[in-house]
Design a protein around this ligand. Structure first.
Ligand code: NAP
Length: 352
């Protein structure tokens, strides 16, 4: 397998640091360049970043000089991962793509662009074909691929088997989101300790919209979005890592009983299972029978943080099926998801 030189935009932030940690010893990708704001540019990474990972800062990045996020300073990379603040991602990411440098982004800015794949490899790997119609660079060498919101990822991974087997009529979901989802320094401790905050700005529209693009069909270079409504309530809870979702689904075709729903989820097979992608979890969905599970503190790190855990599958009088889903928000929901996207893009020949 060829080796690829990766840059990281937003390398000093919470997601940027997770990229650095996850890319240590990656078999295909090495970190060649780190970028952040003008506040950090010019400093060695060890001075610019307030390291919040629980493992030590890798020696390989300590002395790297942080660059401005300008494509002219990234001539020595094959592609970049982006963990940029959304207030600056639109222009910076387009600038890299226009300069012929592919961007694999976590930011929300291009997720709804009809030419940009919103990608979860286990859900919609075929959507990467959209890259071919992007117009960022004249020769097609620069493009953008995004990964979804950190709640939309486990929500959609859990809905996928139900959508395929029964069709989805409607979804009601409440998220209990970890504080690491707000970046660093994030939510003030006086607001969140011993408390629940019943609102996260801008989150609910993303949770409602993104599953529909992810579960949409690619036809004639366009995504025909899935058409069911998703009603979302997003809350912040005093958990460090791991967003937990209470999901309620009405189905188009009624299952014979709730065990049929559990069986459909358990027997679902990921379309990328046989591709040998280094970051792909062996079991993308894990279904717990024990009603106490999943729990963020116990299960967010399962399969290196790349698994979506599901539990408490049950029927109901209002909706057909209710369950809990949970995934690590900065790994499966951000940096790890983006690295898996990059691996799929290598395997499918878009990164070369
Ligand atoms: P963060 O901790 O606030 O980090 C933001 C990064 O953006 C920092 O590296 C910062 O650099 C950089 N930046 C800010 N202004 C800039 C500018 N003008 N030019 C260049 N770089 C600039 O945020 P985060 O939590 O890592 O989130 C990063 C992105 O991922 C956001 O778009 C977020 O919505 C998305 N996301 C986050 C999560 C999560 O769970 N945290 C999950 C999914 C997606 P300086 O340090 O130099 O300021």
């Amino acid at each position: 397998m060829a080796q690829f030189k990766a840059g990281i935009l937003g390398a000093t932030g919470a997601v940027g640091q997770k990229f650095i940690r996850l890319l240590q010893n990656h078999p295909w990708f090495t970190i060649n360049a780190l970028g952040a704001s003008g506040r950090s540019a010019g400093k060695p990474y060890s001075e610019a970043a307030n390291w919040i990972e629980s493992t030590p800062m890798p020696d390989s990045v300590k002395k790297m000089k942080v660059r401005n996020c300008n494509s002219s300073e990234f001539g020595d990379v094959d592609f970049v991962f982006s963990g940029l603040d959304s207030s600056v991602a639109t222009e910076i990411e387009a600038g890299f793509a226009q300069a012929g440098i592919p961007v694999i982004s976590n930011a929300k800015n291009y997720r709804t662009d009809p030419t940009v794949p919103l990608l979860v490899p286990e859900v919609n790997p075929d959507h990467i074909e959209l890259i071919k119609i992007q117009k960022f660079s004249a020769d097609g060498s620069g493009w953008i691929v995004t990964n979804p919101n950190c709640v939309a990822i486990p929500l959609t991974m859990s809905l996928k088997p139900l959508h395929d087997a029964f069709g989805i009529h409607s979804v009601v979901v409440t998220s209990l989101q970890a504080i690491s989802g707000a970046g660093y320094p994030g939510v003030p401790s006086l607001d969140i300790l011993g408390n629940v905050i019943p609102f996260i700005g801008g989150e609910e529209p993303k949770i409602s919209a993104e599953p529909l693009k992810l579960l949409g069909k690619l036809e004639d270079g366009q995504i025909e979005h899935a058409s069911f409504p998703v009603q979302a309530t997003a809350t912040r809870v005093p958990v460090i890592n791991g967003h937990l979702l209470a999901v309620n689904v009405k189905l188009n075709e009624k299952p014979s009983d709730i065990s049929e729903v559990s069986e459909v989820m358990k027997s679902w097979k990921s379309p990328i299972a046989d591709l040998g992608l280094p970051s792909a979890p062996v079991f993308p969905l894990h279904i717990f029978a024990d009603e106490r599970y999943p729990q963020p503190r116990l299960h967010a790190d399962s399969e290196n943080g790349m698994q979506t855990a599901i539990g408490r599958i049950r029927g109901g009088d209002v909706m057909d099926v209710s369950y809990i889903a949970m995934a690590h928000n900065t790994i499966r929901g951000a940096a790890g998801g983006a690295i898996l996207n990059a691996e799929l893009l290598v395997k499918k020949g878009f990164l070369k």
